[in-house]
Design a protein around this ligand. Structure first.
Ligand SMILES: Nc1ncnc2c1ncn2[C@@H]1O[C@H](COP(=O)(O)OP(=O)(O)OP(=O)(O)O)[C@@H](O)[C@H]1O
Ligand SMILES: [Mg+2]
Length: 353
């Protein structure tokens, strides 16, 4: 059903297609030899936007502007953007750090399918890391030393990538604004993208970094409760629920959840941005303080075990999932290793004409 995989996009040799939905396709690829040294890795992810989006001149301009800003974001919890441009067939592409692992959407689906719950410490570690990445973007300083925050606007489980080493990284910075434009100019083309909006987005009001905190709160709530918070089959219904921002008591779905996590969620999921955490760092620090008090394996090591478990389960191998005690996650497997990182080397990027 899907189109054949192209051999090459913008000079990157395509090895295979790894995902793609309504708006884009993602490929695993090898950079041209002279790029490998500059970016410090020999495998990258190439994301192409479907031609329907790339037609409009204003979209292309906005895409280039946002991509340019995103290339300056370097943080261990942000998927690094190396390059962007226009392929021979006119489609737009982005070249990113390859994250060897799964996205949080796959993790949550895998656990829901197996009627298991993601270990709360793992959920906390993933969201804490994602918040560190968001904070780096929210406190970004431009080349002239002026504070120029970048708001993600589309934080969702699919946009949090989790590596085999247990690092969580926010993906797709810079894509929300141009895609939002498409939503307005070509209504109906984007569906099912409303479950992680903040109320101010659902009311079409201005966004700021606290918008991302609300979305991160939804993702943490869903990871802990093992169910969707606002998502319904009908998009309109979803938007109405986001606008109301009524959050059911999570303890109904996650009995015995620590009071500090309940408090953190309540604070992140306030309809009024002024009542939320003031920064992603405050939210992350509360989660970190909770994790530090636990007498169990927490943090990236536990997350790495979760990724292994999901990859095994999704490959069809029988697996009962991790036990909640934490001890079952202590074994070292061949996949253990330090979080991946790439050297911040400035690149000459191919610009869109
Ligand atoms: N940098 C990357 N490294 C490895 N895999 C990736 C990378 N980026 C994306 N992927 C994989 O490709 C899938 C599709 O990504 P894509 O961003 O197109 O879809 P999405 O996140 O579900 O939707 P959207 O970003 O439009 O909300 C991801 O869910 C992930 O599994
Ligand atoms: Mg994505």
């Amino acid at each position: 059903m899907s189109d054949p995989v192209p051999k090459e996009i913008g000079g990157y040799a395509i090895e295979g297609r790894v995902g793609g939905g309504g708006m884009a396709e993602v490929f695993r690829a090898r950079p041209p030899p002279d790029f490998i040294e500059a970016i410090g890795c020999d495998i990258v992810a190439v994301k192409t936007l479907l031609p329907a989006y790339a037609k409009e001149a204003q979209f292309r301009e906005m895409f280039a502007e946002e991509a340019e800003i995103s290339t300056s974001l370097q943080h261990p919890n942000v998927v690094e953007l190396f390059d962007f441009g226009e392929a021979a067939d006119g489609s737009l592409f982005l070249v990113m750090e390859w994250v060897d692992g799964v996205d949080l959407g796959q993790v949550l689906r895998s656990y829901r399918r197996r009627r298991l719950r993601l270990h709360p410490f793992a959920a906390c570690s993933i969201i804490e890391q994602a918040l560190r990445g968001l904070h780096a973007a929210h406190t970004r300083v431009d080349r002239d030393g002026v504070l120029h925050p970048v708001v993600h606007r589309d934080v969702s489980p699919a946009n949090i990538l989790v590596s085999r080493a247990g690092a969580a990284k926010i993906a797709d910075f810079g894509l929300a604004r141009p895609l939002d434009r498409v939503r307005r100019t070509q209504p109906g083309i984007v569906k099912g993208k409303f479950a992680y909006l903040a109320p101010e987005q659902a009311f079409d009001r201005a966004v700021d970094p606290r918008t991302d905190l609300f979305a991160a709160g939804i993702v943490l709530w869903e990871a802990l409760a093992s169910r969707h918070l606002f998502r319904r089959d009908d998009d309109l219904q979803t938007v109405l629920l986001v606008r109301q921002a009524k959050v059911p008591d999570i303890r109904r779905f996650a009995p015995g959840l620590d009071g500090r996590l309940v408090h953190a969620l309540t604070r992140a999921l306030q309809a009024d941005p002024k009542r939320r955490y003031p920064t992603a760092q405050h939210f992350a620090d509360d989660i970190a303080a909770f994790l530090e008090e636990q007498e169990a394996i927490t943090g990236p090591k536990l997350v790495a075990a979760v990724v292994r478990d999901v990859l095994r389960a999704e490959a069809g191998v029988h697996d009962s999932g991790i036990r909640v005690s934490g001890e079952s996650t202590t074994s070292r497997g061949p996949m253990d290793g330090p979080p991946t990182g790439t050297a911040p080397i400035p690149l000459v990027r191919r610009r869109i004409a």
